[in-house]
Design a protein around this ligand. Structure first.
Ligand SMILES: *Cc1c(COP(=O)(O)O)cnc(C)c1O
Length: 362
């Protein structure tokens, strides 16, 4: 069945994921749950390409920002937040709200950040303990060159903290090879699950930082989660139904193959961009940084995204998203992450081929 649900999160659920959520509750401290949880943690490591720890809590992806701050830093620590759009802005405001001395490196929305820009910012800001990066900026459809940026951050002895909410299980992500120290994501994006869990991958270097951190924390404590995970368990009641869904999604991802999943997303991104340009539409992202999980399409002058979104829904039953922040009315965002294939992209392109000329004439 084709999906016409093209939001950049939540994303469509494959039938086996939907079905998994029908499974009954099981004792959360029993042997069956432990076997399930161990298998989920092990397979999640494979998708992140890490030998580090994986911790999962019931929450939406945003919790991942707070989890990083309160486990890895102390109030007053200097960090550098790379802001490439609305999610970078939120990352910065969470860090500031929790008492970090959060500096920022801003680039125009639609641009990615280059290793050279990061190097310059770090040279101008002594004592940075952490660099906060958004791998894939969902508000602009920009994928930042995370491997190169991480290398620059390490030259300055900073911990690399990565928001991979709309990239994990969609874009290439080699956590250990690239030296990413902390990687967070949420179930409802490329993981093709319902909203409900935040996934944090915690690298070896995080543990020194954790030992130094003076934040108070209860729910999000790394050590508590590590102790529980050693027993194939969780510190509090696990969100069983969402974990069932995640279990089924991991099966799909590993059956397809992680490299194949990444290649499929690359092909979907290219297909959509080629089609949009052929229709004479403009893509917000600088082509060098165009994301393969979400695309922001710039509306022609005078046409509000709201009207296009309504028309796609009314006449084609297709859901796409508006822009965020200052881009609310000027772009539509098309999600192509998770359960998505070439036919789904064709549907959107065919609809836009009819809708855009019609609306531009009005
Ligand atoms: C969706 C998203 C978030 C926030 O996730 P929620 O699940 O809505 O809390 C954070 N960062 C990025 C890059 C996202 O795409």
């Amino acid at each position: 069945m084709r999906s016409r649900f093209r939001l950049p999160g939540p994303t469509p659920l494959p039938p086996s994921v939907l079905e998994a959520m029908q499974r009954p509750m099981i004792p959360h401290r029993g042997a069956d749950f432990k076997a399930l949880y161990r298998s989920i943690l092990d397979r999640t490591k494979l998708v992140h390409r890490t030998n580090g720890d994986i911790f999962i809590w019931p929450a939406s992806g945003s919790a991942g920002w707070e989890i990083a701050v309160v486990n890895l830093f102390s109030p007053g620590d200097t960090v550098l937040v790379v802001v490439t759009g609305a999610f970078g802005e939120r990352f910065h405001s969470v860090a500031t709200m929790l008492g970090l001395d959060a500096r920022r490196l801003d680039v125009p929305w639609g641009e990615g950040v280059s290793p050279e820009q990061l190097r310059q910012a770090l040279e101008q800001t002594p004592g940075v303990r952490g660099v906060f990066l958004t791998h894939n900026e969902t508000s602009t459809g920009v994928a930042n060159p995370i491997a190169e940026l991480a290398a620059v951050a390490h030259e300055h002895d900073a911990l690399v903290v990565v928001d991979a909410v709309s990239s994990a299980a969609g874009l290439p992500l080699e956590m250990d090879l690239w030296g990413l120290d902390y990687v967070m994501s949420g179930s409802q994006k490329a993981w093709m699950c319902p909203p409900g869990i935040v996934i944090a991958a915690v690298g070896q270097r995080c543990w020194d930082a954790y030992d130094r951190s003076t934040y108070r924390r209860f729910f999000w404590d790394f050590a508590a989660s590590r102790e529980a995970a050693a027993e194939d368990s969780t510190p509090t009641t696990p969100p069983e139904s969402t974990l069932y869904a995640f279990d089924a999604a991991l099966d799909l991802i590993l059956e397809e193959g992680v490299d194949e999943v990444w290649a499929r997303h690359a092909s979907l991104g290219a297909q959509l961009r080629t089609g949009l340009l052929a229709l004479g539409l403009d893509i917000l992202a600088d082509p060098r940084f165009a994301s393969n999980t979400v695309t922001a399409v710039t509306m022609p002058d005078g046409l509000s995204s709201k009207i296009v979104i309504e028309r796609l829904k009314r006449d084609y039953d297709i859901d796409v998203a508006a822009g965020q922040g200052k881009l609310t009315n000027s772009v539509i965002r098309i999600g192509h992450m998770g359960w998505c294939d070439a036919g789904d992209i064709e549907l959107v392109l065919d609809a836009l081929a009819e809708v855009m000329p019609a609306l531009s004439r009005v």
